[in-house]
Ligand binder design. Structure first.
Ligand code: CO
Length: 211
């Protein structure tokens, strides 16, 4: 298992390798960042975006928390979204959930302790909305389906937010999509629609919650 000593050693090796193999690279990205993706993912140690999507440094602006929640009353989430959209003009927002999510399981089992249990109320809101569908499934399927529904719900929280709505209104390019990651095969799969405007979002959201 990695230790702190190992961490520093790996870092020195990495820095040396990068500077040797691509001279000037670190210097070239030191002035500015122009990320193409705002990634909102789970804190789970197996789902770090740097490895999953293999994009170079400077491409992904990252926010991670337990169960990849975008809570509309959480200052941290709001600050990240505002900075990404208003300052960095990041054109793509990706909410990434994953199967086998401990946060989602804990939300179903009420097994956590404060404050994580309180945080996971955000996932229970989603569960409460889809109780009928979810209760027909086995416990493993239920947690996995809830992980998918949680992603879609967080996507809607983002699209509903004034930061994104104002950006769409002024014609700024902002695409919001939800994806789910399968730890078993390492693949990402898109969930639902890609929302690229207020109209697209309203139509889809209306359909999803009318029936
Ligand atoms: Co998780």
């Amino acid at each position: 298992m990695p230790s702190i000593k190992q961490m520093f050693e790996n870092n020195r090796n990495w820095s040396e390798r990068v500077r040797k193999e691509t001279p000037g690279y670190l210097e070239s990205i030191s002035y500015d960042q122009r990320p193409e993706i705002l990634w909102i993912g789970c804190s789970d140690s197996r789902v770090g975006p740097d490895q999953l999507i293999g994009l170079p440094m400077g491409s992904v602006f990252v926010h991670r928390n337990v169960a990849n929640i975008f809570a509309t009353n959480d200052l941290n989430c709001l600050a990240v979204l505002e900075y990404a959209v208003d300052e960095l003009k990041v054109p793509n927002i990706v909410v990434c959930g994953h199967y086998g999510c401990g946060g989602v399981k804990a939300a179903l089992e009420h097994s956590g302790v404060q404050p994580v249990d309180l945080w996971l109320d955000q996932v229970r809101f989603v569960y409460n909305r889809y109780t009928k569908e979810l209760n027909m499934l086995s416990p493993v399927e239920r947690a996995n389906r809830l992980a998918e529904l949680n992603v879609e719900s967080q996507v809607h929280n983002i699209c509903r937010n004034t930061i994104v709505r104002e950006a769409w209104k002024r014609g700024q390019k902002v695409n919001v999509i939800g994806v789910i990651y399968d730890i078993h095969d390492g693949l990402l799969r898109q969930l639902g629609t890609e929302y690229s405007s207020q109209e697209v979002w309203e139509t889809s959201y209306g359909e999803a919650f009318s029936g």
